[in-house]
Write a protein that binds this ligand. Structure first.
Ligand code: PEP
Length: 249
């Protein structure tokens, strides 16, 4: 079954407003005839300015996180209502930096995911193992738990707005990439987990992005694999010259 490729730029905690607007403008112009689905995910303070640049284009706007409650006494958090107000369409949840630096667990990620889906957002659920988990043969089990617990309580209808990103933690920002074969094997396993939870048709439709040091010179080989349906790009998404070739692989 053919699935659309989906390429996302996660800018993490980089860029000021003027830098963000100028990169967003470059990407709008370079990707206007691009064949794939595209997403830019700037930091919260950049969302309003970037939203204005992306309006009416073929590039979606995403946020890097959201609070698990709709609104209230949550100092320092950002709510789905505030994100919607800025034109955000997609939320990344469970990124390894949220899991490992900010100690977000599967239960919290699941609360955020269900809230975001209930407000009509698309969610990119990130999963992936640590180096020691890979070396001890636990990569599949770790991803299975993160998927099963992350998607608890999600309906078949809501699942249509879920994208999974497989991001082995040891490959993020390190310059190390999973081999296309190893990545494809885990993607295939993740698809099986989705099949077990939601059935074969849903599993075939699920977009599973790969993330972890994706660069212009490795993007096409990774994307050529049967179960890799796009990329979540960090470092290489910070410049048009490195992101555009990935987005147009
Ligand atoms: C990411 O931020 O999700 C990521 C994969 O980063 P990088 O491309 O820098 O490894």
């Amino acid at each position: 079954m053919s699935r659309n490729y989906y390429v996302a730029a996660n800018w993490k905690m980089h860029k000021t407003r003027s830098e963000a607007v100028s990169l967003a403008k470059e990407l709008v112009s370079a990707l206007k005839d691009g064949k794939h689905k595209y997403l830019i995910v700037p930091g919260f303070t950049l969302l309003e300015s970037v939203s204005a640049v992306l309006k009416g284009t073929n590039i979606r706007l995403g946020a890097q996180n959201c609070a698990f409650e709709e609104q209230g006494a949550h100092t320092g958090e950002v709510s789905v209502l505030q994100l919607k107000d800025l034109g955000v369409q997609t939320v990344i949840l469970g990124h390894s930096e949220r899991r490992h630096i900010y100690h977000e667990d599967n239960a919290l990620i699941n609360k955020k995911l269900r809230l975001a889906l209930s407000h009509g957002f698309e969610v990119i659920l990130c999963v992936g193992e640590l180096l020691e988990e890979r070396e001890s043969g636990k990569a599949e089990t770790v991803c299975e738990t993160q998927i099963t617990e992350g998607l608890k309580g999600v309906s078949a209808d809501e699942l249509k707005n879920v994208v999974v990103a497989y991001e082995p933690v040891w490959a993020i920002g390190t310059g190390k990439t999973a081999t296309p074969e190893d990545a494809d094997a885990i993607h295939a396993y993740i698809r099986k987990v989705i099949e077990k939870l939601f059935g074969g048709a849903a599993a075939q439709k699920m977009i599973i992005q790969y993330g972890g040091s994706v660069k212009p010179d490795n993007a096409a080989t990774l994307m050529a694999k049967e179960n890799i349906d796009g990329a979540l790009v960090g470092g290489a998404s910070l410049k048009a010259e490195s992101f555009v070739p990935i987005a147009k692989f």
